[in-house]
Every structure is written in C-alpha cells, then in structure tokens.
Design a protein around this ligand. Structure first.
Ligand SMILES: Cc1cc2nc3c(=O)[nH]c(=O)nc-3n(C[C@H](O)[C@H](O)[C@H](O)COP(=O)(O)O)c2cc1C
Length: 330
C-alpha cells in the first residue's frame, strides 16, 4: 500500500514478527514516460535508485519477501521494468489494475482500465511474450459496475498468469462500502488461475468466513488489516507446516495468542514503527505527518476510544504526539 507498507514498515514488521508474512506485494512502481532512459542509466543513476528504492534487493534483505508491483499500461515501459526487476532477482511481478485514485483511473490505469477488456488484452498480448518474470494481477470487480468483471474473465483466462487477486469493490467506491462477496463468488469458479481474495480482512474470523463461503480461493491478501491488527498473521497460522484453515503462511512460530499477548506485541510493534519513522524522517515536519498517517490506522489495534485516538491527530508538535502515543502503548 502506497505510503504505508513501504520498506520501512516491512523491515520493522519483519523485525517484530519474523516470518509471519509469507509475501508482500509492494506499493506500485508507476510507469513513467522516461523509464527507458532511466533504466538504461543502469545502477549508476541516483534517480534510478530513488525510483527503485522500495524494491532494491540489498535494502530488502532480512525483510518480508516481496513481489514488486507495476502500475500503468504502456507495453514498452512495462516490459523494460518487468525485465529489469527480473534481473534484480524477482521471478514474479504484479500488475495493478485495481487502483481507484481518480488521477490514475482517468488515464485508463489502475481500475480505470477495467471497463475496457480490449485494452487489457492489448497490454497482455504485448507484454506476456516479452517479459522474463511471471505475471500476477491485482484487480477490482470493475470501475463503475460489477458487470465489468464478467467481460474481463475470458481475457485473463487467455494468459498464463501466476495468480489473480480480486478486491471485490468498484473503483468508484474507493475504499467505502462493503466488498461484494456475491460477485466474487460468481467470478471465482470462472477464473482458471489461482484466485486470491482481498478486502476487509481484519480478524481471524474474517479469514475463516471467506474460506467457508469460497473454499476454492488459493489465499487471502490483507490490506489495511495489517495496520489495524498487525498480529493477524500470527493468529491465523498455528500449524507446524505453516498451514492453518487451509492457507499457507510463512510463519515458523507455532502459537495461539491470547488477548494480553496480542496487545503486548501490538504495542511493541507500534513503538518500533513510530521510532523508526522518526529516525528516518528528513524533518520533524515529515516525521509528524508520517506518524499521524500510521496512527490513524494502528490505534485500532489498541483498547482505546476513537475520541482518545483523535487527540494525537490534533497535536501539532512531534514531541507532544510522541508523548501521547507513548502513554497509549505503555
Ligand atoms: C493508502 C492506500 C494505499 C494503497 N496502495 C496500494 C498499492 O500501491 N497497490 C495495491 O495493489 N493496492 C493498494 N492499496 C489497496 C490495498 O492493497 C487493498 O486492495 C485495499 O485496501 C482493500 O483491502 P483491505 O480492505 O484489506 O484494505 C492501497 C490502499 C490504501 C488504503
């Protein structure tokens, strides 16, 4: 997730919960018009390193294993970037055709391409024979209407995709409303690739629920839930073989969490995250902004009221914010 599950977050997460997350899809790398020139500059260019900073293998060492994600639909740039990522060691890349942001969808990127199956086909036609890594797709059920997904199914079935992650909301809904499980259940048996469910998974019960109604899903992807309840992967993986409720996880630890332990781990994680945000920020101002961005979500894992959580957001000084958070996680 852009601005959230970036490298800093993933490193802190892995430090606190080693091996708990099997795989993270990175925040998207957007195809830019000068990508060709940028990639030709090879390792020398600071701009290239800045562009690829979230997926640089050396920076990700000891962190959660990742699949880099690409946003855009320009075949030449797509191919160049996918092959560059392969050469960097990534055997799979993910294509984002789910992003709902208006400045992106307007250009038929992200979920903006979903009403146009011919455009999806044109991209896959051009890209698939020419990229070295496997390709997986992350999508919504449509931009404006759920019927769009039905026209997309034959298209995505025509290509050897590694998996298809479906977030059953429409792009125009952004993150509001509830996932349309009914449409997801209709589409699931029609797709000839492993299908991953994504949307509003926050508790172990949410995972059990979706697995019960859609037993053939290959996996679940957790989005905001990883911030709302960072211990979630620990709570869903108790088997020696890393399999619980039919899902593979990367977790090596075998343990059932009680509420006290869950809270202790959550507080420790929030403390580490906030302190790394501060250590890595370029200024107090950016530390303050970033701290608040994370706080907006992570407070939900604590036994505090929304009114109390909002007190942090009202503070204008980093020290005051820090002090308040310290009280909540002590
Ligand atoms: C701030 C924010 C940034 C996101 N950035 C990305 C992204 O870069 N790539 C992506 O595939 N999904 C991104 N998402 C979407 C999530 O991955 C996920 O599909 C969506 O939030 C629904 O799942 P959830 O209900 O578990 O959060 C983002 C979501 C949020 C809230």
């Amino acid at each position: 997730m852009q601005g959230l599950t970036e490298l800093l977050f993933r490193r802190v997460y892995e430090e606190c919960f080693p091996g708990a997350i099997r795989l993270a899809v990175t925040p998207f790398l957007s195809l830019t018009h000068n990508l060709h020139n940028l990639l030709q500059s090879e390792g020398q260019s600071a701009t290239l390193r800045q562009y690829l900073r979230d997926v640089l293998p050396e920076a990700n060492e000891g962190s959660i294993p990742i699949t880099p994600q690409i946003l855009g639909k320009e075949p030449d740039e797509f191919i160049a970037l996918a092959n560059k990522l392969y050469d960097m060691g990534y055997e799979e890349v993910n294509w984002n055709i789910g992003c709902p942001m208006r400045n992106i969808t307007g250009k038929h990127r992200g979920s903006g391409i979903l009403p146009y199956p011919d455009e999806v086909r044109a991209v896959l036609d051009a890209v698939m024979p020419n990229i070295k890594p496997r390709l997986s797709v992350k999508m919504r059920i449509g931009l404006r209407q759920k019927e769009e997904v039905m026209a997309l199914v034959p298209v995505i079935n025509d290509y050897p995709l590694a998996s298809v992650t479906i977030h059953p909301r429409l792009g125009r809904q952004q993150y509001t409303g509830v996932p349309d499980i009914e449409t997801f259940c209709k589409v699931l048996p029609l797709i000839q690739h492993p299908v991953v469910y994504n949307g509003d998974i926050v508790t172990p019960e949410d995972i059990r629920h979706i697995k019960n109604i859609c037993p053939t899903i290959a996996d679940v992807m957790v989005g905001r839930g990883i911030l709302y309840r960072p211990t979630l992967p620990l709570e869903t993986a108790w088997g020696d073989d890393g399999v619980k409720d039919g899902f593979r996880t990367g977790l090596r630890r075998v343990k059932e969490l009680n509420e006290e332990e869950r809270l202790r781990l959550t507080k420790h994680f929030i403390g580490r995250l906030m302190s790394e945000v501060k250590n890595n920020a370029k200024s107090d101002e950016s530390a303050l902004r970033k701290t608040k961005e994370y706080w907006c979500m992570v407070w939900k894992g604590l036994p505090i009221s929304e009114a109390d959580a909002r007190k942090v957001l009202r503070e204008q000084e980093l020290t005051a914010v820090d002090n308040l958070i310290a009280v909540f996680i002590q």
